[in-house]
Design a binder for this molecule. Sequence first.
Ligand code: CP3
Length: 349
Amino acid sequence: MGDQTLKHTSALLSALNNKVQAIPPIWLMRQAGRYLPEYRALRAKAGSFLDLCNNPDLAAEATLQPIRRFDFDAAILFADILLLPFALGQNLSFAEGEGPHLDPPVAPTHLDVFRKRNIHERLQPVYETVARVRKELAPEKALIGFAGAPWTVATYMLTGGPHKDPAALRKHWYDEQEFVSALIDILVDTTVEYLSRQIESGADAVQLFDTWAGGLPEDVLRAVSIEPLARIGDRLKAAHPETPVIFFPKGAGAMAEDYARLSCCDGLSIDFSTPWSIARRTLSPHTTVQGGLDPMLVVKGGRDLETGARGLCETFRGVPFIFNLGHGLTPDTPPEHVARLVEIVRDAE
Ligand code: CP3
């Protein structure tokens, strides 16, 4: 295909294809968002966060804002992992300062309705956003599409709200394994469809966010996170062999290597509590590591930010690496610190 050359001019895609870059490509989770005044203006214009996600003009603009300001190597689609439950028919809202609400919480009787649902009806604006961004983005910049991992999405669907109690989530699994497994299976199928459409619309790589993978016993983690993600990755690879797949299993700890060893895993994003030296020794032999600076260091800035960012680059010198954070930028981050971070990473040579 014609975009083959395009793929090779992107530092991010080269890194995901196992090529060592002298200067690591950089993008940051939640690089679009409330810490940027231009985002806040766009958000005010759109009305709600959901209105912003569903308006391709404005969502494309939100995606491109951090690229214009900081010249990152990759853009990440502006959307949310909870658009998939919305597409399956749950009502979605974001209460100011509270987090997301899905209504009603999923019950076993909903599963058949989900299975029959055409998710693309409500997701059309997302595909349109991807197409617009890819058209406007410079060829050397990669566009990352994304979705939530089935377990993380299921936790919001099951609780209906901004949950904070990991024990309650584990209890859901132990009490209702059959139901939760059936929900995860539906999410595997629909996530493959959703990401395939993003790729067909112009996404150059895709990332799966498993924010709630942490703190699960090994057998549970395998059942709800590793195996479903492997199934998604394998099916995406069969349909789109050229498109790299990145996993972000937040909090997976000693189990991170099991994700890295999956044949469909082109990149593994490490969280801020993952020891860099251990990641370099155990993950880099299997995949391209991405991450994992503490986002609080970007809030702090100054010498601490410099030491952290340089240390991270140093740890991964000589192996394929993508500079990123160990979780998203927070709304209290000064934009100047982000600009400084990009400078530090590009000067680190
Ligand atoms: O990274 C990016 O810049 C791309 C856009 C993106 C958003 N959410 C925009 C967003 C991505 C990749 C996500 C993923 C996402 N959404 C995750 C996984 C990664 C993670 O952060 O752990 C999760 C768990 C969600 C669900 C979600 N969306 C929550 C819990 C919240 C509320 C917390 C908050 O920061 O307010 C959201 C809202 C959300 N998603 C915002 C943005 C920019 C803030 C909305 C606003 O403008 O008020």
